[in-house]
Ligand binder design. Structure first.
Ligand code: ADP
Length: 281
């Protein structure tokens, strides 16, 4: 971890804290809608959904921020091909990394000296880092801030949910297996406990569409996301199939929704994003 990161996450005194709080509130008020992407557990495609959702919104002409608060496993820089980028300061705030004209990205990954370096932090440091990502980044006016939260329903998603202010909502990502589905129940209950409206549930890695013949094969049981959504009274945003292009574009840092507009996966992202925009309208 760089000395700059260390200094930026140190605890501060009370008056400085109060100033930071009002600055954070002001910055958050400049954002039309905060969209928290959550999942019950890791590996279900939460970061993939967050990155592609932010890009799709930006491609539709919205001004968008993408904040990766996954302190322990920041994957957004790699997914968007931004690994070499560093965050600079304009003297007042950290300046997010621009992707195209209307997407601004901030990630813990930009602040680590090496991507193999683990972040060994206790809770209060993580809380401080998240607070600074929200309050001390020059986000400016945004239509949407998409937040890629760490998996689960622990301290970090709780901190984000408490600090973003309203209006905000959650998109919950799951895979179709029963185990993942039962984690989603906890996620929905978490949102209710912190009064965060659920925009909807996305069932990712749901079936496989053969790229040669177009036949759809359900590799695991599918449909669990929709059933759970109706059982828990929250919207269902759609199914994203397993798509090898998603893995290769994520690994190569070439955004999937830009590179593969005609694949079943890209179409699924597109309709999911339309549902999110309709929720806001
Ligand atoms: P999480 O953020 O939940 O840990 P990631 O978004 O990092 O999950 O995704 C984990 C892996 O699964 C990545 O390699 C990603 O490319 C891959 N992946 C995600 N969604 C899909 C999909 N629909 N089809 C194929 N691979 C996917």
């Amino acid at each position: 971890m760089t000395e700059k990161t260390r200094q930026q996450t140190r605890p501060r005194d009370d008056s400085e804290r109060q100033m930071q709080e009002s600055q954070r509130e002001k910055r958050m008020q400049e954002i039309g809608f905060k969209l928290l992407v959550l999942s019950g557990k890791g590996g279900v495609g939460k970061s993939t959904v967050a990155a592609n959702m932010a890009l799709s919104l930006a491609l539709q002409g919205k001004t968008v921020g993408l904040l990766d608060v996954d302190v322990h496993g920041p994957s957004i820089p790699q997914m968007l091909g931004l690994e070499d980028r560093e965050v600079r300061s304009d003297g007042h705030a950290m300046v997010p990394v621009n992707v195209g004209d209307n997407l601004k990205v901030m990630s813990m990954g930009f602040m680590l000296a090496s991507k193999d370096e683990p972040v060994v932090w206790r809770g209060p440091m993580k809380y401080n880092a998240i607070r600074q990502f929200l309050g001390e980044v020059a986000w400016g006016r945004l239509d949407y801030l998409v937040v890629d939260s760490p998996p689960g329903t622990g301290d970090e998603p709780l901190t984000v949910a408490q600090l973003v202010g309203s209006p905000a909502g959650a998109v919950i990502v799951t895979t179709p297996q029963d185990l993942a589905i039962s984690d989603v129940r906890r996620c929905v209950s978490f949102c209710r406990a912190v009064s965060l409206p659920v925009v909807g549930i996305v069932e990712n890695m749901s079936g496989y569409v053969c790229p040669k013949c177009g036949e759809k094969v359900d590799l695991f049981k599918t449909g669990g996301g929709r059933t759970l959504a109706s059982e828990m009274g929250v919207p269902f945003l759609g199914r994203i199939p397993i798509d090898p292009e998603i893995v290769s574009s994520g690994d190569a840092g070439a955004p999937f929704v830009c590179a593969s507009a005609e694949t079943p996966g890209a179409k699924a992202f597109d309709s999911m994003v339309r549902a999110v925009v309709a929720y806001r309208a």
